[in-house]
Design a protein around this ligand. Sequence first.
Ligand SMILES: Nc1ncnc2c1ncn2[C@@H]1O[C@H](COP(=O)(O)OP(=O)(O)OP(=O)(O)O)[C@@H](O)[C@H]1O
Length: 249
Amino acid sequence: MASVVQVSGVTVAFGGLRALRGVDLDIAQGERLAVIGPNGAGKTTLFNVIAGDITPTTGTVIIRGQDCTHRPSRHRPRLGLARTYQKARAFAGLTVRENVYLALAGHRGRHRALWRSRADRAMRVQAAEVAERVWLSRHVDAVAGELAHGQRRQLELAMAIATEPDVLLLDEPASGLSRGERERLVELLESFDERLTLLLIEHDMDVAFRIAQRVVVMADGEQITAGTPEQIRTEPHVHQIYLGTEAAA
Ligand SMILES: Nc1ncnc2c1ncn2[C@@H]1O[C@H](COP(=O)(O)OP(=O)(O)OP(=O)(O)O)[C@@H](O)[C@H]1O
């Protein structure tokens, strides 16, 4: 299977601190990959390097064959990459449809004079279709600020998939969700087209293990091990590093 994302020898230094120390990561088309690890392991830094928000100190990032190491995040959508954020990005005063509409319009670079154009009607329909794909069809005209926490996360997903990405980067999608909402999130992500590549960083091991086909474990800026959720779950080394540190935290 062809790689869609290739991270090679990536190091990130924040002053004297090396947040990443020569990380290599290949993500195949359609793969579902979770990166886990204790606090400070470098997960967010790696995520931000792939998303284009941090330029690595050394190493390369290739996305769909193109060297993106020094390209800023705004180039990523053109290459089929989209991401979600831990902090809500939706406008609280706008409806679900309006928020998705803006994500669609932003992607197409057509902010101005849209509401009056004929394309406007088509895009409003499309926005509702995207909302349906994240199970928000009953809430298309609800104001984002009034949605439950889990529904708001669904809206964030809708805004990310509105651009029809090939690769979706999920930044701790389950954080702050109730058990029921987490369950729904897992089912929703499982319902996405299997050709969509998913990379998530996640604190909730249960969510990570259920969504991912491959789990990469990081600690101290390095990849410690990788394997299927079953392999990682039973690896004593991982328990020591991950759970040991968590328990001490
Ligand atoms: N902008 C920054 N400036 C300085 N140090 C940073 C910066 N961002 C991260 N770090 C440091 O880099 C290391 C890796 O941080 P990172 O946030 O990538 O880890 P993480 O695995 O995502 O942790 P967490 O699970 O707590 O979010 C940490 O020691 C952190 O303090």
